[in-house]
Design a protein around this ligand. Structure first.
Ligand SMILES: Cc1ncc(COP(=O)(O)O)c(C=O)c1O
Length: 327
């Protein structure tokens, strides 16, 4: 879909037959010693093409229109930059601006990273060892689990698989701002349903937004960043009854004393649960997130994800962290 193989004689015929006799296709070929050929074709009339070439196009005219209006994500300063800016040693700074775990990873992680066997080989595209360890840790079979380069990658991957440009998502601020940012990157509209003054979700307003705006998915965070509020089973079930995909972000679940809802995806075909090693195991710098997904959804994420999205070091570190789950 969307790909034509210009070296396939059949598709070449197709290309030629699309060109009217009077419109000579402009072609350029570049070959190299190894026989690799790059070809570009244009089926538009040569006069138009020449004009096109003569036009001075600025780089941003190639950028997708919705991205030209996108405000960049405000990332935090890396430790070394912050340290130089403040004139303090990194070990004298307690960073609180990105909710990193200030205690770092358990000792098992540093030990495992110090004896990496195969850093020169691409990682397992299916992160099999880690998914098996996560199945044991979470109590849900590894078929339901997908691992990513941080929870952030999974948020973007879900949006890429679910949203067409112009589709809508529901966001409930104040909350993690990545949902809004990724929606912008994916050309989606954000319907904001602010939380109540006590930070609880406004269920009535969410139901109204779902009915009138017909959004495709809602991003919920429990415990919520920044206030730590929890979504009760009752409220979550009410939202799951709505015709919308619910993405429940449990980045901080280990700090709440509450059970994860990872296993709920077996009963609810419109629920995705996301978690991360950044907070629970102090691995923010290694980028490992994971989630449980209904089987009817996970299949498509497997197809769309980058094959080597979880590095060898990240998988080894996460497996080692799971040996010490109470860290
Ligand atoms: C609610 C929430 N979800 C996800 C993340 C990011 O997780 P990761 O580091 O796995 O990308 C954060 C980071 O602050 C967060 O607050």
């Amino acid at each position: 879909m969307g790909v034509s193989n210009i070296f396939n004689p059949a598709s070449l015929c197709l290309l030629k037959s699309n060109v009217r006799q009077t419109q000579r296709p402009i072609r350029s070929f570049e070959g190299n010693q190894k026989g690799l050929i790059m070809a570009t074709f244009s089926s538009s009339p040569s006069t138009v093409s020449v004009e096109h070439v003569n036009q001075k196009l600025s780089g941003d005219s190639f950028i997708r229109p919705h991205l030209r209006k996108l405000s960049p994500y405000q990332p935090i300063l890396p430790f070394e930059v912050l340290s130089a800016k403040l004139g303090r040693k990194p070990e004298d700074i307690i960073k609180l601006d990105a909710n990193e775990n200030p205690y770092g990873p358990p000792p098992e992680v540093l030990e495992a990273l110090g004896s990496l066997k195969f850093p020169y080989i691409y990682p397992d595209p299916e992160s099999r060892q880690l998914r098996a360890a996560l199945a044991e840790d979470s109590g849900i079979e590894s078929d339901y689990i997908l691992v990513g380069c941080g929870c952030d990658e999974l948020i973007d991957l879900i949006m890429r698989c679910v949203l067409d440009p112009g589709d809508k998502i529901v966001d409930c601020p104040p909350t993690f701002t990545m949902y809004e940012f990724d929606a912008g990157v994916n050309g989606a509209q954000v319907i904001k349903v602010p939380r109540k003054p006590d930070f609880s979700l406004n269920i009535e307003a969410i139901a109204e937004a779902v009915e009138h705006e017909k959004p495709k998915c809602i991003f919920l965070t429990s415990p919520n960043n920044p206030d730590g509020s929890i979504i009760s089973d009752e409220v979550l079930l009410k939202i799951l009854d709505m015709p919308i995909l619910v993405v429940l972000d449990e980045a901080y679940i280990e700090f709440s004393g509450n059970e994860s809802r990872m296993q709920w995806v077996k009963k609810h075909d419109n629920l995705i649960v996301l978690r991360t090693f950044s907070k629970r195991a102090g691995l923010a710098g290694l980028r490992v997130g994971y989630g449980s997904f209904p089987l009817s959804i996970i299949e498509y994420l497997w197809r769309a994800k980058q094959p080597y999205n979880v590095s060898v070091a990240a998988e080894v570190a996460a497996c080692a962290a799971l040996q010490n789950p109470n860290w």
